[in-house]
Design a protein around this ligand. Structure first.
Ligand code: ZN
Ligand code: ZN
Length: 281
C-alpha cells in the first residue's frame, strides 16, 4: 500500500506524527497528552493498540511527553538514541517516561516500514542526540525533520526525491530579527538568538531553501511543521501556518512542481479541524 502519514499535532507545545504502511504503524514522537494522541488516532481510524512503535526524535518534552503512558497502557515499544535516553533520564521532570522499560536504539525497520535516521544539530546536551527520519515502504519514501538548526548534507541526500516531507518551518526570519532589535523583547533575546542559531530551529526561509534542494516531481506533499508558538498573541508570535506555507509555496512554484502544501495544526488546533491524512500509494 505504500505509506500513510498524518501529523497529529506539531509545534513547541507538542509533536506527534502517525506513519503507517497498512500492515505496520508507528508514531514519530509522543509529545501530546496520551488522551489527545488516542483521540486523534481514533479520528483517522487507528488507535494506540494498533501501534508497533514510538520513535522519539530527541529529549525535549514536546516530543516524549506521553511515551511512558502509551508504553505502560498499550505496550507500545519505545525507541530512541542512547544519548537521548540518557538525557531524558537526567531530566528532573521526565513525565511518564520513567514507565518505559526496554527502550532501545532505533531499529532498521518496524514491520514493513524501513527506517533510516540521521543526526541533526539542535539544542545542547539536554536534547540528547536529535535525529531526522526517512521512512520507506513499498517504494514510497517519507522524510520527517523537525527541531533542526540547519539541515546536514546527509539529510539533504536522504530527503532528495521523497514522496512526502514533514519539514520544520519554525519562524519567520524578518519577524524574529525585528524582535532581536526591539528592546521590548529583550527578555526573549537569549532564547530567540538560540532559535536563530545553527543548533536552533529551521526558519520558513531555511525550510524553503531545503525544499529547493530536495523536491522533485515525485514529491506529492509537504507538511510545514513545528510552526512557532504564541499564535494567539500577534505581538509575540513569530509565525503562523499561512505565513510559513506562503514561503514554502514560493519554493514549490519556482521549481514548477505540483507538490501540495498540507495543513498542520499545533496542539491547540482549531476546533473541528484535523490534520490531513496523506496516502502515498
Ligand atoms: Zn520541539
Ligand atoms: Zn527540540
Amino acid at each position: 500500500m505504500g505509506l500513510e502519514v498524518c501529523v497529529l499535532a506539531s509545534g513547541s507545545s507538542g509533536n506527534c506524527t502517525y506513519v503507517s504502511s497498512g500492515g505496520s504503524a508507528l508514531l514519530v514522537d509522543a509529545g501530546l497528552a496520551a488522551r489527545d494522541i488516542i483521540k486523534r488516532l481514533e479520528e483517522i481510524g487507528s488507535g494506540p493498540g494498533k501501534l508497533d512503535a514510538i520513535l522519539i526524535s530527541h529529549s525535549h518534552t514536546d516530543h516524549f511527553r506521553s511515551a511512558g503512558t502509551l508504553f505502560a497502557r498499550y505496550g507500545v515499544p519505545v525507541f530512541t538514541a542512547r544519548e537521548t535516553l540518557r538525557a531524558i533520564d537526567h531530566k528532573p521532570a521526565c513525565g511518564s517516561f520513567w514507565r518505559v522499560s526496554g527502550c532501545r536504539d532505533f531499529p532498521d525497520r518496524v514491520g514493513d516500514i524501513s527506517i533510516t535516521t540521521f543526526p541533526v544539530p539542535h539544542g545542547g546536551r539536554d536534547a540528547g542526540r536529535p535525529v531526522g527520519f526517512l521512512f520507506e515502504s513499498d517504494g514510497r519514501r517519507l522524510g520527517h525533520v523537525t527541531d533542526c538548526g540547519q539541515m546536514p548534507r546527509k539529510g539533504l541526500e536522504l530527503l532528495r526525491g521523497a514522496d512526502a516531507l514533514v519539514l520544520e518551518a519554525n519562524y519567520h526570519e524578518a519577524v524574529l530579527r525585528h524582535k532581536l532589535r526591539d528592546p521590548a523583547f529583550a527578555a526573549y533575546w537569549p532564547y530567540l538568538r538560540w532559535v536563530d542559531s545553527p543548533t536552533g530551529h529551521l526558519s520558513n526561509q531555511q525550510c524553503a531553501q531545503v525544499l529547493r534542494q530536495v523536491l522533485s516531481e515525485r514529491t506529492r506533499a509537504v507538511f510545514p511543521a513545528h510552526i512557532s508558538e504564541n499564535h494567539y498573541d500577534a505581538r509575540r508570535d513569530n509565525n503562523d501556518f499561512a505565513t510559513a506555507s506562503s514561503v514554502v509555496m514560493m519554493a514549490v512554484a519556482e521549481l514548477g512542481l505540483g507538490t501540495r502544501i498540507c495543513r498542520t495544526y499545533r496542539k491547540e488546533r482549531t476546533p473541528g479541524k484535523r490534520s490531513e491524512v496523506v496516502r502515498l500509494a
